[in-house]
Design a protein around this ligand. Sequence first.
Ligand code: S3P
Length: 437
Amino acid sequence: MNLLLNPNPPLQGEISVPGDKSLSHRTVILSALAEGNSTIHGFLTGKDCLATVEAMCHLGVKIDFLDPETLLVHGVGLHGLQAPKQSIDCGNSGTSMRLLAGILAAQPFTSVLKGDDSLQQRPMERIVLPLQQMGARIVGREVSGRIFSPLEIHGNTSLSAIDYEMPIASAQVKSCLLLAGLYAKGQTSLKEKGASRDHTERLLQSFGVALSIAQNHIILTSPTTLKAQEIYIPGDISSAAFFIAGAAMVPGSHIILRQVGVNPRRIGIISILKLMGADITIHGPRLICGEPIADIEIKGTKLRGIDVPSEMVVSAIDEFPIIFIAASCASGTTHIRGIEELRYKETDRIEVMAKGLKILGVSLEVFPDGILINGSSLNEGTVVSHGDHRVAMAFAMASLVAKGSIIIRDCDNIATSFPNFCELANQLGMSIHSIED
Ligand code: S3P
């Protein structure tokens, strides 16, 4: 699918974005491993999370959709999974693959995790090596000393707990090891380099697992059982981010986003935009199922370029494509370093974004770990998302400040995280149409 975006007036209105992707994956996995039935409200029915649902079904878990966003998961307990009859396809979803690997490493059967072309090019040694240290036998595709999927996981029912200092700040690695730790003998002790999203820790605690958490050090002691829950998932701040930035960078915009997750480890986008001069107000923060949620009000203004503080990078890790767009229309220069992890996302987001921005006439310089963007005006043009959902949606928001129409090619994967993106964007006043090749 390709998108045609025509210039439009500033954004106006009120919307709710779909459920949080990270929480949707985690709630379905933990509910499946719990004793009893869990209900999940506000589940994201994007392709990534549906890949996790399907994986759990292949592992013998019964999951009913009560409506498109409400799931009833019939938990089988930690030791109730069954051997899958076929390889498990994680599609485009790194979260599915990395989290599931943690559980499968501890099962009394062998399984295979595979993914699409993009996922098969994403690094897996970050989970395979520590899981191997715990005693798992995992065979991946080795290329130049790196490990890629498909992963053949020969489960080991007597994993040993690990004391591990994680070399990168990654919630996927942390969550994979915590899930494996549920099955391991002894205490799993993980030290994080940076404060990555802590949804797994919060959820494990609400499912009744005792964790000790001191700053960036987490200790989990098994064995344990998980108790079924009724869960409400807030709107995904990473989906909201496109509209937060889109409204913030266009004077005259005024929007409200209802019931968005504002976990402190996810709101780097708000902190960064505020440093750029954005007018953003968080209304009525409250806790639901252990996660803070709030309504977010944004009024548009002219943004200014900044040096993005390195301590904000982890909490905005998925938001850099849209931050690059905001920087492109800000006054002055924006300098972002320490974002080399962007090279290992669904695409190399530094390269793919730089390529598209250059087509739109933006002057920039790329570094191995970052980018410098000189704010200016954006031209019309045709850019390619290379199948990356967040790149596609970021360039869609560029149409708010471009001098003419923008065409974005290869946008099907928007459905991995935000299936109704175009509909909601048009509700706020944008003009997005899908077009044929
Ligand atoms: C995620 C963690 C992040 C993020 C991804 C979702 C998660 O990845 O980029 O979109 O749900 O744990 P890393 O752990 O690789 O940083």
